[in-house]
Design a protein around this ligand. Structure first.
Ligand code: UDP
Length: 249
């Protein structure tokens, strides 16, 4: 084979660095230009990026958050019982799951929506072996309702589900380029970490994921890549193993 001879030259295949990933999308990622709710144009744009990595043959599971609609803490701030407030948050993630599923299917990929609380009309229950089968068949799996219990976050759900389905990495999409020593949107002197150990994230109190989620990843040596979703093409770069964002190891 020679580069000079177009008849014998075969285009090199782009090989993803991972076969199975868990993508954590916060509810905020669906805000787009809005202050509240779901921007369907944003959902479409995210779906197109996800389809691109699906076309590379990567098995994709997504955990969707609900912060664009409701967070349990907002309820407790006005005196609501924490568990009830969290259940509202859980249901918010189910709505986001429906929107994301619809956007993905418009791009022509097959999907399955799995809710951790039973809500038969819109989502399947979580059955680990069945979910793995969906992934093997090339269906994109969307997990909603966190782990199904109050007092947790969808970051913890991402860590738990990633371990259960044996994902090789968690790709945590955020609105900044990675993990910084302080909030880069508020503090101009904030420094970016290109990689950081789990324990340092906890010790330094960096707001990446809650400590339950980080501990689960640490105990099971599951790497996390934190990257900026707002830059188009970043999900693909992460999947191809290119150096973007911050790697927690
Ligand atoms: N939640 C919960 N248990 C879970 C996951 C989520 O009670 O296992 C509730 C909690 O109230 C949380 C809300 O759902 O505030 C939305 O989830 P999260 O804040 O993790 O969403 P994100 O920040 O990713 O948008």
């Amino acid at each position: 084979m020679s580069w000079a001879n177009p008849k014998t030259y075969i285009m090199p295949r782009i090989e993803p660095a991972y076969k199975r990933i868990l993508l954590k999308l916060s509810g905020e990622s669906l805000l787009g230009g809005y202050d509240y709710g779901i921007d369907l144009e944003m959902a479409k744009s995210i779906a197109q990026e996800i389809k691109e990595i699906h076309d590379l043959g990567v098995q994709i599971a997504i955990v969707i958050g609900g912060g664009n609609i409701f967070r349990g803490v907002h309820g407790t701030e006005v005196g609501m019982d924490r568990a009830s407030a969290d259940y509202i948050g859980l249901l918010a993630t189910v709505m986001n799951g429906i929107a994301l599923q619809s956007a993905l299917e418009k791009e022509g990929v097959f999907t399955r929506h799995i809710s951790a609380v039973e809500i038969k009309a819109v989502a399947e229950p979580f059955i680990r072996r069945r979910v793995i089968r969906h992934l093997e068949k090339g269906r994109i799996v969307i997990f909603s309702a966190g782990i199904g219990s109050p007092y947790f976050t969808t970051d913890t759900a991402a860590a738990l589900r990633a371990l259960e389905i044996k994902a090789q990495v968690i790709l945590k999409a955020t609105k900044v380029d990675g993990i910084y020593s302080a909030d880069p949107l508020k503090d101009k002197t904030a420094k970016k970490f290109y990689s950081i150990k789990y324990l340092d994230v906890i010790k330094k109190g960096l707001k990446v994921m809650d400590t339950t989620a980080i501990s689960l990843c640490k105990d099971n040596e599951l790497p996390i890549i934190v990257f900026n979703l707002k830059k188009k093409g970043n999900i693909k770069k992460a999947v191809l193993g290119q150096k973007i964002g911050t790697r927690v190891y």
